[in-house]
Design a protein around this ligand. Structure first.
Ligand code: ZN
Length: 167
């Protein structure tokens, strides 16, 4: 297992939609192990393969990443079947340095994905877990949370980033 480098905005690879996984082979198992290790080391509640420069539809999520009782979830080819309710909550991202913002998401979602054993799973989630699923699935579609905030707030972040890189 190894800790992978996490791409940072504005890396163009974060904007590219990921390809569907056709077969869950050793390569995918290895990627998942590395992604989990990378997520826990960060630490973060989720990580998508696009964030580590691998454009395949794989994401890991664990909203208890800081607890003793870790509960890793692995999503292959995940898609949102249904979303309901509205929820506004502060959000950050391992690929977006030094910035958080309130983002509007569904409060409750139903997600269909393939498990590592190749079977189809349907997951119902609400609150933080639902938010993490939506955030990671966005990554697999080339969308960052800063694409979901107002242009005004996004510009504030861009200016801050320019200032940071000039220091
Ligand atoms: Zn993210």
């Amino acid at each position: 297992m190894s800790i992978l480098e996490i791409l940072k905005y504005p890396d163009p690879r974060l904007k590219a939609p990921a390809d569907e996984v056709k077969e869950i082979d050793e390569g995918i198992f290895g990627l998942v192990e590395d992604m989990l290790e990378t997520m826990y080391a960060a630490p973060g509640v989720g990580l998508a393969a696009t964030q580590v420069g691998r454009p395949v539809r794989v994401a890991v999520v664990d909203i208890q990443c800081r607890d003793e009782t870790r509960n890793p979830m692995v999503l292959v080819n995940p898609e949102i079947l249904e979303g309901e309710g509205e929820d506004l909550m502060e959000e950050g991202c391992l690929s977006v340095a030094e910035f958080t913002s309130e983002v509007k998401r569904h409060y409750r979602v139903t997600v269909r994905a393939t498990g590592l054993n190749g079977g189809t799973v349907e997951l119902q989630a609400e609150g933080l877990l639902a938010r993490a699923f939506q955030h990671e699935i966005d990554h697999l579609n080339g969308i960052l949370f800063i694409d979901r905030i107002s242009p005004l707030k996004r510009n504030i972040y861009r200016r801050k980033l320019r200032k940071m890189s000039n220091e």
